[in-house]
Design a protein around this ligand. Structure first.
Ligand code: BEZ
Length: 322
């Protein structure tokens, strides 16, 4: 039985705030390390929930894959063993290929373009599809634009032929690197440092943030600032847990997750530039390349995936590409 609590020391304040169920202890899982923006914003979310509920709602942040891989976290969300997560698009795209359409190469050119795309109704349709997976989609966030970090430099796309490039294990991303002539090598975030240092991979698709924070560039010789894909994040709650939460807790959570996501969506223009600057300041070569670097592989990719996932055409229209 829940005890209704009011936050206020004064009656006016008490009336202006929602009544919250005491003792709602929630957990959120992430694969990103504590220094990553997603983890920092999750901690900010936890702090605000505690403050705004007067301690009635607590959120324990479990970063760095403490609860296991995203596959394991998704299972925990489905059974109700986990309340919330910030997940990459990978788990979704492997269950419903429509999600992978968000990773269309060069669909938008920068973070403002990505942010605008994720605010459009087509992205909203994808968010609603999380219901079918036993989740409540609370909104999209993103990480930095995808770049290409290489152990050996590449002057043209032909130099990538046969190179083992780390990709997310989802069909659209693997297909992109295959069309380029590289050998896509699926690896999750926690495996990257070792794989790059022991030569299991020749390069990776990654962002400036991870490259700086995890010092991947120290194991490489060149970074192509290719901005060739966006990297959406999906903030989800367990549908099983969501339906037993009191209304006022759901209202508070919905609002505060939105502000965490806004913080994330707005952070990455600056973060991409700042982390790139820090990498370059070490003397490490970062070379900007455009969509033309990848050649005809991109158009071939679109021709195939428009047929496999018709939602791609709507995303192209939203992005102003079509
Ligand atoms: C990655 O796997 O590259 C990644 C995962 C989470 C946040 C950013 C990047």
């Amino acid at each position: 039985m829940y005890r209704r609590t009011f936050l206020a020391t004064g009656a006016a304040l008490a009336l202006s705030r929602p009544a919250l169920a005491a003792g709602t202890a929630l957990r959120i899982g992430l694969i990103t390390p504590p220094a990553h923006q997603w983890s920092k914003s999750a901690q900010g979310l936890a702090d605000r929930l505690a403050a705004k509920s007067g301690g009635a709602v607590t959120l324990t942040v479990l970063p760095a894959g403490q609860l296991g891989s995203e596959t394991q976290m998704l299972q925990q969300l489905q059974t109700g063993a986990l309340d919330m997560a910030f997940l990459t698009i990978g788990e979704f795209a492997n269950r419903d290929a429509d999600f992978g359409a968000l990773l269309a190469p060069c669909l938008v050119k920068d973070i403002p373009g990505a942010r605008a795309l994720l605010a459009k109704p087509t992205a909203g349709e994808l968010l609603d599809k999380t219901r079918a997976l036993g989740l409540v989609g609370l909104g999209f966030g993103l990480a930095g634009m995808r770049q290409t970090l290489l152990r050996k430099p590449a002057a043209t796309v032909a130099d990538l032929a046969g190179r083992k490039i780390r990709a997310l294990p989802l069909p659209q991303e693997m297909d992109f690197w295959t069309r380029i002539g590289a050998t896509p090598t699926p690896l999750p975030l926690p495996a990257l440092y070792d794989a790059l240092s022991n030569g299991q991979i020749d390069g990776m698709q990654i962002d400036f943030e991870g490259t700086w924070n995890s010092r991947y560039f120290e194991l490489a010789q060149e970074m192509l600032a290719s901005n060739h894909m966006i990297f959406p994040m999906v903030a989800v709650a367990s549908a099983r847990r969501w339906k037993v939460l009191p209304d006022d807790t759901r209202t508070l959570l919905t609002a505060e997750v939105q502000s965490a996501l806004s913080e994330i969506l707005n952070a990455y223009d600056g973060l991409d530039a700042a982390y790139r600057g820090q990498i370059e300041a070490t003397g490490f070569p970062v070379h900007t390349v455009g969509a033309d670097f990848f050649g005809p592989a991109i158009e071939g990719w679109y021709e195939t995936w428009r047929v496999k996932t018709p939602i791609l055409t709507k995303l192209e229209a939203d992005a102003g590409r079509a």
